[in-house]
Design a protein around this ligand. Sequence first.
Ligand code: GLU
Length: 486
Amino acid sequence: MTETRVRIAPSPSGNLHIGTARTALFNYLYAKKMGGKFVLRIEDTDAERTEQQYIDNIFDSLKALGLNWDEGPDVGGDYAPYTQSERFDIYPEYAQKLLDAGFAYECYCTPEELEAEKQASQANKVAHVYSGKCENLTEEEKAKLIAEGRKPAIRFSIKKALKAFHETSEITFDDLVKGELKQNGDLIGDFVIMKSNGTPTYNFAVVVDDLLMKITDIIRGEDHISNTFKQILIYEALGVEVPRFGHLGMILAPDRSKLSKRHGATAVSDFIKEGYLIEALVNFVALLGWAPSDGVEIKTVDEIAADFRIAEVSSSNSIFEYDKLNWMNGQYIKKMPLEELLEHAKPFLAEYNLERYTHDELLRILEITREPITLLSELKYDTEYLFNDDIKLDEVSEVLSAEYANDVLSRTLEISEGLDFSSEEPLHEAFANLRGEFKEKGIKPKETMWVIRAATTGRTRGADMCAIIKLLGKDEFTRRIKAAMN
Ligand code: GLU
């Protein structure tokens, strides 16, 4: 059996989009499942839209997601991606094959002539396809056009390919995801495979590359279905085996429009910057079109790969529910080992002096603050009072102006005197007693703690109070209490 080989072939005209990441993931899962290989190819034939920063971003984002490709030019123990622009000398040879076999021809039409054809079709209200007028040029006619300074493009002859390989004009294929798909080849029109400047067009380069890279299965977005019919004809005209194709539904925003920046992050690197965990992102993205057989949605990549079947991927569009992603990210934050979480959290706490606490204390800080958060970026605000001693009391003035507030604070100072701050246990006991004392005076236990929390954090809500008191330590805790009393 031939080895399964799949690829992701992003065009570097932007940062790695979450939709492309989904396509990459499904290819990666399919390769894993089949024991095959996953290849990365940067499709940068469109020089105007290509930027190195996007190539780097695609590269880094795929790596961050753990979607490592299995081969490519060796760069010091790592694989560089295949890059189309470095392969420009390969394509003319294949174009020549098609010319020689009569499946392609030179086209000398100027942009103005092509535009005029298009206008005429529009005026006649017919779908525009290229007239094919250059297909039968004689050598003399060509020589004349060349003498005029014209440089030919190369077009693919649909008619010839249909005639040679298909009984009717219909082109069909069995899509891995969508089942049988068909298209009337007469509506395609002879398309350019090599531009007059000698560079290949997407549809041609992609076939030559997939062929040379021995890609067996092409899994990509359904926006490429119309290209697939063209590509099938090119494979046939080159006399090679046609790979299998599978087209994934699109990813839409919650309002069912195209997912765009106005809905939220769309680039993988932006999701990471906003505080999404890789594991959560990958898990969430896998669920865009795929469903676990046991209904349990939280799964590792390996568990997903074991359960992944391309034929079961939904052929319809998926909705990108940011709320669900947030929920899922929260689940991962709650479950993640603290040591690991600390590494992920550090970039978000970069403004704080982390040295203030021991390693174990930092772990404790995460342990007491992670429960309600959905994004790592929320940690900055949620831990601020532990790093910043300048506590603003404006938002808690109501709590601190309660008639019992000063009593609570002065009793807090009194009990702090002889109290051991080196562990949380004695603090729990002491403050339980304090709450009991005030309860007898008709103050609810939570009201007592509100006052202490307000005075020491400037907030009415937050993490476990005794843990905070222990972290602040006796000096800073009592300093804050005194400051709030004045
Ligand atoms: N470069 C194409 C794109 O980014 C993908 C081509 C393909 O998967 O065949 O849309």
